[in-house]
Design a protein around this ligand. Structure first.
Ligand code: Q46
Ligand code: ZN
Ligand code: ZN
Length: 307
């Protein structure tokens, strides 16, 4: 395939878009498309302060790189989870996030979960889940809480995460299989902010995972290749494989699945009453918004198992 812009040999072929691009034009195309999605979904403006949740992986570092190239005011947040037993996953991902920031003169905030809460994520899982389940449930809870806390305390307008289309389509697939209307209701490129809670945005939600991998590679971004050791066997990985099989036979199927869901949302998939369910109440302890009145899940966990 040839580059659609200059006719040279294409470095990246994207059959789903019927598009091939050389290195130079692909590296231009990705930020252009990102800017288009930011505007289309009214994610943020150049005046707003953005906090990018950075894991050290290809998606979040590429997102930070793209926003920086587009001239947005974006700082990073790295949350050290303490997942290092025999793998050095957290240590290595923190090193790469810090290196990325230092090389570009960008601001990176680092929160250490153990210093903040007294326990690492595996230790929290050991006590609160009695070691019976994978730590992901507590990990998600703690990460969300810390991201919201830092965004609020440091005055960021927007919290941006690096979820790509494969992530979003897999989540959508899982929620559709179980018809979890409550979770479906919360899946969108933009979740509006409320007092005390920054708006949440996913600027890469329309990029295929392999497009982001190509971007990181061609930009020379050094990122952690290993997945978190606890991600093995997650249902989202199986859903990704299934969707990839479908995509293989039918290029563009993954994107159509996600975009048609967004269209259906716009056309009133959910009733006004359901949309209202998204309204949140402040937690009496930490002040962070929570779906049910009373303490939020994070404060309940720390209250019960902390100390
Ligand atoms: S939730 Fe689970 Fe991830 Fe936390 S414990 Fe690892 S796999 S990092 S996205
Ligand atoms: Zn070209
Ligand atoms: Zn709370």
């Amino acid at each position: 395939m040839k580059c659609k812009k200059c006719g040279q040999r294409a470095s990246v072929n994207m059959p789903q878009h019927n598009l091939g691009l050389c290195r130079e034009h692909f590296l231009e195309w990705v930020p252009e498309q990102t800017e288009r999605f930011i505007k289309k979904y009214a994610m943020f403006t150049h005046e707003e302060k953005i906090l990018v949740a950075v894991s050290g992986g290809k998606d979040s570092l590429s997102l930070w790189d793209i926003l920086h190239r587009l001239g947005y005011r974006a700082d990073g947040l790295y949350i050290a989870l303490g997942i290092d037993e025999g793998v050095d996953y957290s240590v290595e991902s923190q090193r790469l996030a810090e290196k990325f920031a230092a090389e570009r003169g960008l601001t990176l905030h680092v929160v250490n979960v153990q210093e903040q809460t007294g326990k690492t994520i595996p230790e929290w899982a050991e006590t609160s889940l009695r070691g019976r389940q994978k730590p992901c449930a507590v990990c998600g809870l703690v990460k969300r809480h810390e991201m919201n806390r830092i965004a609020r305390d440091l005055g960021y307008d927007v919290l941006a995460t690096g979820h790509n289309l494969d992530d979003e389509a897999a989540v959508l697939f899982g929620n559709t299989l179980s018809w979890s209307r409550e979770y479906l209701l919360r899946q969108a490129p933009v979740l509006p902010g409320t007092p005390g809670l920054a708006r949440k945005v996913k600027p890469l939600c329309r990029f295929y995972e392999r497009e982001m991998a190509a971007y990181a590679l061609l930009r020379g971004i050094e990122y952690i290749y290993e997945e978190c050791p606890y991600s093995a066997g997650a249902s989202s990985i199986r859903y990704k494989e299934l969707l990839n099989q479908l995509e293989h036979d039918q290029p563009g199927a993954k994107l159509a699945f996600y975009l048609k869901f967004l269209d259906a949302r716009q056309q009133g998939l959910f009733s006004a009453q359901e949309e209202k369910q998204l309204e949140l109440h402040p937690c009496p302890n930490c002040g962070q918004p929570t779906s049910a009145p009373g303490l939020c899940s994070y404060c309940r966990m720390v209250g019960e198992f902390g100390g």
